[in-house]
Design a protein around this ligand. Sequence first.
Ligand SMILES: Cc1ncc(COP(=O)(O)O)c(C=O)c1O
Length: 401
Amino acid sequence: MLIPSQRSRDIEYAIRDVVIPAKEIEKKGKKVYYFNIGDPNKFDFDTPDFLKKEMIKIMKEGKSGYYGDSQGDEELREAIAKRENKKNKLDLRIDDIVVTQGISEGINFLLGTLIEPEKGDEILIGGPSYPIYIQLSRFFGGVPVTYRLDEENKWGSDIEDLESKITERTKAIVVINPNNPTGAVFSENSLKRIVRIAEEREIVLITDEIYDQLIFSSKDSPGLASLTKNVSVIGLNGFSKSYLVPGWRMGYMYFHDPRGILVDFKQSILKEARLRLSPSTPIMKACKVAYSGPQNHIKETNKKLKRRADFAYKRLNEIDGITTQKPEGAFYIFPKVDLGDRWKNDKEFCLDLIKNTGVVFPYGSGFDEKYGKDHFRSVILPPIEMMEEAFGKVDDFMEKS
Ligand SMILES: Cc1ncc(COP(=O)(O)O)c(C=O)c1O
């Protein structure tokens, strides 16, 4: 028997782990509602035409199947620098950009390069959090520490809690805005307070802005890097969500480094990038036009998401034992469930729900044991009729339980 490493055995990913019991009941002929994965293309959203056409053109031209530049195609990095400079009023050059196979690969590079296991390095992350930050911090031998996102305050960051959790081992603060799993969009004021703390305590900021164009409230939320000329900010963004190509696996990382403290760090990231040869060459070529092409699909996507967020908020709050805040951006809603003495914890609740109704939600503690427990996450991507059907089943289930 080949024994897997302890660190690999410790990995948990609630978003996909719930699929295993779902597949079992699906095999038995039960209808399953996969409301677990933030993939718009699994519902009635599709890649904009101009990107599809670009991809076809590239394939027809041929000769795009070679290994690309490890750091990313220069023309793509130029397009990315132009976009991030405009958004954040920065002066990034193409050397400050690293193209990755989805943000996921970038997070992998980043945490692997940041964490020194022997030193007990801590990564400060808003909780609940998209699981990869917590899971990979642990995988690389670090200590994920979560600061509270405050449900009573529309899931805004609890800045006092954040500040109280900084120690001399804190290596970086992670901000996900708009947020997965809560759907919150952070105010400029709270982002400025985080920047001020990072400046005072000389801590690097990591900002994941993958949903930055998917805001459907009236709130305006600036890029974190635009708020500072002193703090080093490592930005993560990509095409998966806003350009409806999650399966293309194309993301990037940029270094806003006003004090020049990331020079060696960036070189180590590039070593990791070289080790995996390159991102997909044809996809890099196609994504070159993403930011400069027609952007109408974004408005349409947000219009649909707003209607679906309003519906999910209203319908879920009607269910006895479930309460929720209203999402303002991204694809998610993160309701609280009154477990009473019916279920031991949120995981048991979600598994019971899958078994009895076929509705698949990842359990809240999979997004952080402390600040995610007693919750579940749903996507707000399905058409309203589908949500109506599924949430109706949840309602019946809650009533009968
Ligand atoms: C906050 C956040 N970051 C990163 C990712 C991963 O994105 P990618 O497809 O670019 O790997 C996701 C996907 O759901 C996400 O929600």
